[in-house]
Design a protein around this ligand. Structure first.
Ligand code: GLA
Length: 377
């Protein structure tokens, strides 16, 4: 009865379904590590590992299948999964049985980026199919849509799917993936988007991660908030292309940006560094802070950058980043970060109280490293 009522309300009032993604979505996505080598058995094993590794308890709830699950349409036009995924409903049931949620992927174009079947001219039908399977999250990737639509049509194309998802009555997080084209941050929320990619694809290296995480987000903070987030792409932590210091910077930066935290590594085989980074609950708490206010850069001196983020309880998260290849002193002076007097500070990577600090917090930061502190007010 309760469920029926909820579905009815969802259909009549978008705002009642708008309580999705009140904090940035957390989970895992298959693409960065597995690309097309993903199948039912691997997704089940990842779901198991999300529970046994503590990822689920830390808040990583969505298990998202990216491109290459799609099969042919049946005679009625219903999308079917391919032979790697023999029964999507059974897989969704399995993932739900672990207390997790499941996500899927499609394109508004005729084909996905990897050349599989897209949702073009089947939008409502596909949304219904996914809802019937029990899907909780859709990543909708522009890909070949540029062959059938003009760029200016993007908002209406995304709205079509946003409306179709709402019409199913099932709460489905809607993730827009069109690489930041057409200033998506200005209209993403209004077409039903809960998050939107702001850039091209991330790669597992320092240059890619920092270009995306620092430089491309500089002017976007004001567009993020509960229910609608900037998405600088999925995490590469644990995939091997950066060292642990750089991956700590990656995690810290994404947390400061209120970015979705979608692990992109093999959860079944995480080493201690990867585990400590992805499962740092104090850093996750910054990302998931209920105020939902994304960080801004408050100072830059060569490779030294200070970013701050206002938190719901009045505290201030302060990140001292060093983008250079040598040890650098980074200085967060109170007049720059908007503080006065004495304040207690806590280091979120060392898990240590730093005592009371006055006038500024400054520290030597490792090459490509970060010091992330939470300052009480
Ligand atoms: C695009 C997206 C990626 C991934 C691939 C899949 O490149 O940006 O995140 O989904 O497509 O083909």
């Amino acid at each position: 009865m309760h469920r029926v009522t909820l579905i009815g309300l969802c259909l009549t009032s978008a705002s009642l379904c708008a309580n999705l993604a009140q904090t940035p979505p957390m989970g895992w996505n298959s693409w960065n590590k597995f690309a097309e080598k993903i199948d039912d058995q691997t997704v089940r094993a990842i779901a198991d590992a999300m529970v046994s590794s503590g990822m689920k308890d830390a808040g990583y709830i969505y298990v998202n299948i990216d491109d290459t699950w799609e099969g042919q349409r049946d005679a009625q036009g219903n999308i079917q999964s391919n032979s790697k995924f023999p029964d999507m409903k059974a897989l969704a049931d399995y993932v739900h049985g672990k207390g997790l949620k499941i996500g899927i992927y499609s394109s508004p174009g005729p084909k996905t980026c990897a050349g599989y079947e897209g949702s073009y001219q089947h939008e409502a039908q596909d949304a219904k199919t996914w809802a019937a399977w029990g899907i909780d999250y859709l990543k909708y990737d522009w890909c070949s849509a540029d062959k059938v639509y003009k760029p200016s049509e993007m908002p209406s194309v995304y709205k079509k799917m946003g409306d179709a998802l709402k019409a199913t009555g099932r709460p489905i997080v809607f993730s827009l993936c069109q690489y930041g084209l057409e200033k998506v941050w200005e209209w993403g929320a209004s077409v039903g988007g809960n998050l939107w990619r702001t850039t091209d694809d991330i790669q597992d290296n320092w240059d890619s991660m920092t270009k995306i995480g620092f430089d491309k987000q500089l002017t976007l903070a004001r567009y993020a908030g509960p229910g609608h987030w900037n998405d600088p792409d999925m995490l590469e932590i644990g995939n091997g292309g950066m060292n642990p210091t750089e991956y700590r910077t990656h995690m810290s930066l994404w947390a400061m940006l209120a970015a979705p935290l979608l692990a992109g590594n093999d959860i079944r085989s995480m080493n201690a560094d990867t585990r400590n980074i992805l499962l740092n609950k104090e850093v996750i708490a910054i990302d998931q802070d209920p105020l939902g206010q994304e960080a801004t850069r408050v100072s830059r001196d060569g490779a030294a950058e200070v970013w701050t983020r206002q938190l719901a309880n009045g505290d201030l998260a302060v990140a001292l980043f060093n983008r250079s290849e040598g040890m650098t002193e980074v200085d967060a002076r109170w007049e720059i970060i908007g503080l006065k007097g004495k304040h207690k500070a806590h280091d979120l990577w060392l898990h240590q109280e730093l005592g009371t600090v006055r006038d500024s917090y400054s520290a030597e930061v490792q090459a490509h490293g970060v010091i992330l502190v939470r300052i009480a007010r």
